[in-house]
Design a protein around this ligand. Structure first.
Ligand code: SAM
Ligand code: SF4
Ligand code: SF4
Length: 493
């Protein structure tokens, strides 16, 4: 049983997020006039201002805000054994893959059109293929043009770090507050297994010498960004048998140098991609291996666990990709930025976020556990807004939460093939969904039919739509309390 759906329309016919009738009528809580009510208590206000609308730097923000990537900087100064910059596939979602490269002027036209059509848009990033700091002329031209037209968009880059120290001053001048550096090693002997060559100061270097230069430049770039108050996220690709154990050391080094987040991402490796690792049979980690490493890293540099390893031309909320709606052939020749949809959306979201955080604290304060030390792994079907508002059969991913006496934490997501397409349910896809949900105790969704519910049950996974359209943490807190009894749960940030 679930509550009927009320949609807050996305100001252009797009659903922003769906909420229950009760919440829709409530008009918000006492704190709802201010979006900053979602700020974790221990966080510095200046830092919160920088991350509160950034879907990658704040897990909480990713329920509401979207990013777009523009592929304007194709040249690269290093070779990674996991990357083939020539690979292009319109249907594949993974880093570096892109269907069309853009000039800075085309990127501006696209950014304006996306900002006009996607009210959730808050960030424009350059994330390959290629390196934004090395292909600097294109990066700079794009940022200058976009910042002039869309003043309140956040600019963000992803870099391997080799050319970063040369660009920090200009990044600061352009008010770039968020930089991602890929750091896969702090020991050049391990680096030599990941990078066949680098190109630095007009020379090609190989082996340990190349990795030593890369390492030194990465560390100094990170220190320079930290000194200027620019927030850094460190991406590390987890490569089993090469750097998996070593990432514990990497986490320590980047924490000491002020990294804001550490994003340990699984290697994606397939012979069809034509990469060195793909062709040599190097495997990526299994979901449980990644989680085990992430769990060991808890307590070090704060982890990002909600990365979706997006395409280099991704558009939309993390986990959805609307990039195909904004290809060059679909863009109008002339576009004029209209801020109204984004402004209205922000006002709605500020209220909604305040409500959700208040509801979360309320739920966590009231919930009691038996102090049993037990944990509950919950898979949530959501399409944004921090609510359980996606039908089981329509979900393309489930967000995974862990509830335990420590609190309720987001621990990752699992991608699935959509089970129900155009009203037709596919048994084969359901088998895939069930195996992907291995280890999950309960699935929360807006709606589920009897047949998939029974099939999940046969595999030991419960599913319910009884909490449809509720806030995620409210439902999980209530569930946990119902299952395990009566000790208070602490909220996690
Ligand atoms: C495509 S790169 C572009 C930005 C920049 N050149 C860099 O390497 O940081 C963006 C991110 O994708 C990651 N990436 C590329 N290929 C990958 C793969 N096969 N598996 C996992 N991550 C990958 C990179 O390590 C990097 O963190
Ligand atoms: S640095 Fe980035 S773009 Fe260059 S080869 Fe490595 S992953 Fe690809
Ligand atoms: S790849 Fe990860 S960090 Fe980059 S935009 Fe996607 S979710 Fe954010």
């Amino acid at each position: 049983m679930s509550a009927p759906m009320i949609s807050l329309q996305g100001l252009s016919g797009t659903t922003v997020f769906d909420q229950s009738p009760a919440r829709a009528k409530s008009g918000g809580c006492a704190s709802s006039s201010c979006g900053s009510s979602a700020k974790p208590h221990e966080m510095d206000s200046a830092v919160w201002e920088k991350i509160k609308d950034h879907p990658c730097f704040s897990e909480e923000a990713h329920h509401y805000f979207a990013r777009m990537h523009v592929a304007v900087a194709p040249a690269c100064n290093i070779q990674c054994n996991y990357c083939n910059r020539k690979y292009d596939c319109a249907n594949e979602s993974r880093p570096g893959v892109v269907s069309e490269r853009l000039t800075p002027d085309q990127a501006l036209r696209k950014a304006i059109e996306v900002a006009n059509q996607v009210p959730q848009l808050s960030v424009l990033g350059i994330a390959g293929p290629g390196d934004a700091c090395y292909d600097w002329k294109n990066t700079k031209a794009t940022f200058e043009r976009v910042a002039k037209e869309i003043a309140d968009i956040k600019l963000c880059i992803s870099t391997n770090g080799l050319a970063l120290p040369d660009r920090v001053a200009e990044l600061a001048e352009m008010n770039v507050d968020h930089v991602t550096i890929t750091i896969n090693m702090v020991d050049p002997r391990i680096g030599a297994e990941i990078y066949p060559w680098i190109f630095y100061e007009n020379r090609r270097y190989t082996g340990v010498e190349a990795a030593t230069i890369l390492h030194e430049r990465q560390m100094s770039g990170l220190e320079m960004l930290t000194a200027r108050g620019i927030l850094t996220k460190i991406n590390s690709v987890m490569i089993p048998g090469v750097n998996d154990e070593h990432l514990i050391e990497v986490n320590k080094w980047v924490k000491e140098r002020g990294a804001f987040l550490h994003n340990v991402m699984p290697l994606i490796s397939d012979p069809a991609h034509g990469t060195h690792y793909g062709l040599s049979g190097q495997r990526g980690p299994k979901a449980m291996e990644l989680k085990a490493l992430q769990d060991r890293l808890e307590g070090g540099a704060k982890l990002m666990r909600h990365c979706r390893q997006c395409r280099a031309d991704a558009v939309g909320l993390l986990g959805e990709d609307r990039g195909k709606e904004f290809t060059l052939d679909r863009l109008p020749d002339k576009v004029t930025y209209d801020a109204s949809k984004r402004e209205t959306y922000r006002a709605v979201v500020a209220r909604e976020r305040g409500d959700r955080m208040a509801a979360k604290s309320e739920a966590l304060g009231m919930v009691k556990t038996a102090g049993s030390g037990k944990s509950l792994l919950v898979a949530v079907a959501t399409k944004g807004g921090g609510r359980i508002n996606e039908h089981f059969g329509h979900a393309k991913e489930f967000q995974i939460y862990e509830a335990s006496p420590k609190g309720i934490g987001f621990v990752g997501h699992r991608k699935v093939e959509q089970y129900c397409l155009g009203g037709r349910a596919e048994d084969k896809s359901l088998d895939g969904v069930i195996s992907t949900l291995e280890g999950v105790d309960i699935v929360l969704c807006a709606r589920i039919g009897n047949s998939p519910e029974d099939r999940l049950k046969e595999s030991g996974i419960r599913a319910t739509d009884a909490y449809g359209y509720d806030y995620i943490e409210t439902a999980i807190g209530a569930l946990y309390a119902a299952e395990f009894g009566s000790e208070p749960l602490a909220a996690t940030a």
